[in-house]
Design a binder for this molecule. Structure first.
Ligand code: SF4
Ligand code: FES
Length: 202
């Protein structure tokens, strides 16, 4: 079987073509944080917290969405990689307010990255709390826009989608208010994959 050989943090590894850097790195014990990545689902690569350095690449690349290539040399712990992850985490923390969950996955991830408080303050939000169905509500003040709920829903009814741009982007109905009572199957997948307590049973 054809294999691709690359080096990750100085360790040589051979993997199947199409394997992501994230999967290859984890197979050699490298620790790469993830947030938006949902194993087994389509990769949206919106959070960028999984960035790594690839020799010869001018930009850091998201490990969850970048396939390996022959001869690639990957550094998962370079100083600039760690610094970018921390800054991204600060932006994420600035968006994540009024959580109150003692076991919050976002705060746990921040702690893993050595980030305490954010230096940034998100502008006063114009986002609405929305109610995708009679079963679940989106709390915009907690949502970190990872799209995991949207991806989870895409595998079932496709009720959820992003709406807005920039400061107004948020989880919303895929098809306007008409989605609310007709399409949601009350499967609960969106709630179970949210890392931020941004979706709660209504
Ligand atoms: S509601 Fe939760 S899962 Fe959905 S985008 Fe926001 S943080 Fe992610
Ligand atoms: S986990 Fe890779 S971009 Fe979000």
């Amino acid at each position: 079987m054809q294999r691709v050989t690359l080096t990750i943090d100085g360790k040589q590894i051979s993997v199947r073509p199409g394997t992501t850097i994230l999967k290859a790195a984890r197979s050699v014990g490298a620790s790469i944080p993830t947030l938006c990545h949902l194993p087994g689902r389509r990769t949206r690569a919106v959070c960028r917290i999984c960035v790594v350095a690839v020799q010869g690449s001018a930009r850091l690349v998201p490990a969850c969405a970048t396939p390996v290539s022959e001869g690639m040399q990957v550094d998962t712990q370079a100083a600039d990689v760690v610094a970018v992850r921390r800054t991204l985490m600060e932006f994420i923390l600035a968006e994540h307010r009024d959580c109150g969950d003692p076991d919050c996955q976002i705060e746990r991830l921040a702690a893993e990255l050595g980030v305490g408080q954010s230096r940034f303050h998100a502008p006063e939000s114009t986002r609405r709390n929305v109610f995708p169905s009679d079963f679940v509500s989106v709390l915009s003040q907690r949502c970190v826009h990872c799209d995991r709920c949207i991806e989870a829903c895409a595998a079932d009814r496709n009720v959820l989608a992003r709406s807005g741009h920039g400061a107004t982007v948020q989880v919303d109905f895929a098809d306007g208010e008409s989605s609310r009572e007709t399409a949601c199957s009350v499967c609960g997948d969106c709630v179970s994959v949210c890392p931020a307590g941004g979706l709660i049973p209504a």
